[in-house]
Write a protein that binds this ligand. Structure first.
Ligand SMILES: Cc1cc2nc3c(=O)[nH]c(=O)nc-3n(C[C@H](O)[C@H](O)[C@H](O)COP(=O)(O)OP(=O)(O)OC[C@H]3O[C@@H](n4cnc5c(N)ncnc54)[C@H](O)[C@@H]3O)c2cc1C
Length: 284
């Protein structure tokens, strides 16, 4: 289908984008890569009156490391995340998750900011950001604020962000011993189930662990009971096997659709938790 008529405006700075968003009022909508928004517009599930393009704002894309923190600009495309030498060396889980998204066209247009703002229940990045305890840096008319990934993803396509706000970057401390494993839908590559695991290892033991899961429920979330089962235990295959058996048990409502039943997804949460943890252990 053809979208309803809309105006198009290209923002030249973050301040300009905020101003244009305010001026457009309720009919205004940001567009970055357009790979989630444009399909919705074509189906007329979204009918913005003004599109504000943030994809070419100088400084809104790029990957930097400052004082031991990685900063990824919101308009950074998945391809640049996947091929970043800094991420591949310092935090390979993020690069591998980006490399697993869609196809080359999607990776060359879709952005990390668009992915977290849209919060598709099968998107890859939310799970990884949860496992890394990442921060979402948001700019609004009243200034900036920071929300942790754990507080950001609230429900189906619902995040802690107002319509007049813009994600500027995601930021996290890189973790080498982290990994992402997913069972993907063959046509789109969206996660049927995707699990990101991050281990803090000290003296042969797991000091703490964080696990993010996507695809299984209405929004990406952490597997707290698995994290607790891992904390303080020796880093071993036996520890991982036993903790992974708990994965999925705490999820009350598991997604079911034409790609996978709830029972299958729940079983796959265990399988992919084990795989992500094993890969994270191999990197530690
Ligand atoms: C065929 C296909 C396959 C795909 N496969 C996968 C996959 O395997 N895994 C996966 O995770 N994703 C997949 N995607 C989604 C893809 O990653 C999208 O690019 C991403 O979800 C949205 O990013 P975008 O830049 O295209 O956002 P857009 O479509 O431009 O915007 C999406 C939403 O986010 C808002 N938004 C965008 N940027 C910001 C910002 N900085 N601040 C605030 N709000 C913002 C927009 O207003 C809009 O509401 C696929 C998409 C397609 C079309």
């Amino acid at each position: 289908m053809i979208p309803t008529t809309f105006e198009y405006a290209r923002a030249t700075s973050l301040g300009d984008a905020l101003q244009k968003l305010k001026a457009a009022g309720e009919g205004g909508r940001l567009i970055a890569g357009g790979h989630s928004l444009v399909p919705l517009m074509k189906l007329r599930l979204s009918e913005p009156q003004v599109l504000i393009d943030i994809s070419r704002i100088p400084g809104l894309s790029g990957i930097d490391e400052h004082d031991g923190r990685i900063i990824i600009g919101a308009a950074t495309v998945h391809h640049d995340v996947a091929s970043s030498a800094v991420l591949q060396a310092r935090c390979p889980a993020v690069a591998e998750a980006a490399a697993s998204i869609g196809d080359p066209q999607v990776r060359n247009r879709g952005t990390i900011g668009g992915s977290v703002a849209h919060a598709d229940p099968s998107a890859d990045m939310p799970a990884v950001l949860l496992a890394l305890d990442a921060e979402i840096h948001i700019e609004g008319p009243d200034g900036g604020r920071v929300v942790t990934a754990s507080d950001f993803f609230l429900d189906l396509f619902t995040v802690d962000m107002r319509a007049d706000e813009i994600i500027a970057s995601v930021q996290f401390t890189p973790v080498r011993s982290a990994a992402y494993a997913k069972l993907y839908q063959r046509a789109s590559h969206y996660a049927i189930v995707g699990v990101a695991a991050s281990l803090d290892v000290s003296g042969g033991a797991i000091a703490s662990a964080r696990i993010g899961v996507t695809g299984a429920t209405s929004h990406a979330r952490r597997l707290i009971n698995v994290e607790r089962a891992l904390a303080g235990q020796p880093l071993s295959t036996a520890t991982i096997e036993s903790a992974a058996q708990l994965a999925g048990l705490e999820l009350d409502e598991v997604n079911a659709d034409i790609h996978a039943s709830a029972e299958y997804r729940r079983a796959m949460v265990q399988v992919f938790t084990r795989r992500a943890l094993s890969a994270a252990m191999a990197r530690s």
